[in-house]
Design a protein around this ligand. Structure first.
Ligand code: ZN
Length: 247
């Protein structure tokens, strides 16, 4: 049997099942299917696994000052706190439990390629016009994953700053591109976990709020060569400098 035919049969069966359950179960878990990923069960403190990791990526920008949420697939107290902040920020009941209200909000905030709706893989992998995810310091798969995580933090930053558009002047850069723009030889842009953000919100507002949004690296106005953008990254070294912003 072809995969296509199997898919059609499964889809038809799913529609029938959904209709049956909808009739009898008023509080069913999220019925919505999503083009990126569909969570199949409610997650809460104590849950673990890949579904938790996918949730953590999407709430990693909802941390407190100088906190980085580890994406480890373990739903602990910090994940609960991040989910609560996410829920509050989007007008949901802040119970710290990821159920249908939370998942449906995430579905509304993401595109079918799993990027958040206000950022695109195309813009964060412009790469001096060459595009793609190859030729950096880690595999293309890892670069893409790092960019995804960076975009979700940027989406949180955007929402915290009043949903004003934020531009990305540079994201992933391969070695050739990085050298041509004068990037540091160990730039986090080579890993895909760095974004250079441009207004929208002021450079200082972005730098200041980034401290509450899970970014380990923040460089902005007053730091050499950073007067026309605010750099944020999720590299292993915690380093912040934006002297003109009091950072
Ligand atoms: Zn940068």
């Amino acid at each position: 049997m072809s995969t296509t035919r199997l898919s059609r049969l499964l889809a038809a069966a799913a529609v029938g099942l959904a209709a049956t359950f909808t009739a009898f179960v008023a509080t069913a878990p999220p019925a919505a299917a999503d083009g990126c990923y569909t969570w199949s069960t409610t997650l809460r403190e104590g849950s673990s696994g890949d579904a938790v990791a996918r949730l953590q990526i999407r709430v990693a920008g909802w941390v407190t000052y100088d906190e980085v949420l580890v994406v480890d697939g373990v739903y602990g107290a910090r994940t609960t706190a991040a989910v609560k902040r996410f829920q509050s920020a989007y007008g949901l009941t802040p119970d710290g439990i990821a159920g249908s209200q939370t998942f449906n909000m995430i579905y509304a905030l993401q595109d079918d390629d799993c990027s958040p709706i206000h950022f695109t893989f195309a813009e964060v992998s412009y790469n001096c016009g060459r595009g793609g995810f190859s030729g950096g310091a880690v595999s293309a798969t890892q670069v893409r994953e790092n960019l995804l995580r960076a975009m979700w933090k940027a989406e949180a930053l955007r929402h915290k700053l009043g949903d004003r558009p934020i531009g990305v002047s540079s994201g992933f850069r391969d070695y050739t591109c990085n050298a041509s723009v004068g990037g540091a030889s160990n730039s986090r842009h080579l890993y895909g976990d760095a974004l250079d953000l441009v207004p929208g919100p002021s450079l200082c507002d972005m730098a200041r709020t980034a401290r509450y949004t899970g970014f380990n690296g923040i460089f902005g106005p007053g730091y050499p060569d950073h007067n026309d953008h605010t750099h944020v990254d999720s590299g292993p070294n915690r380093a912040w400098s934006a002297p003109n912003c009091g950072i």
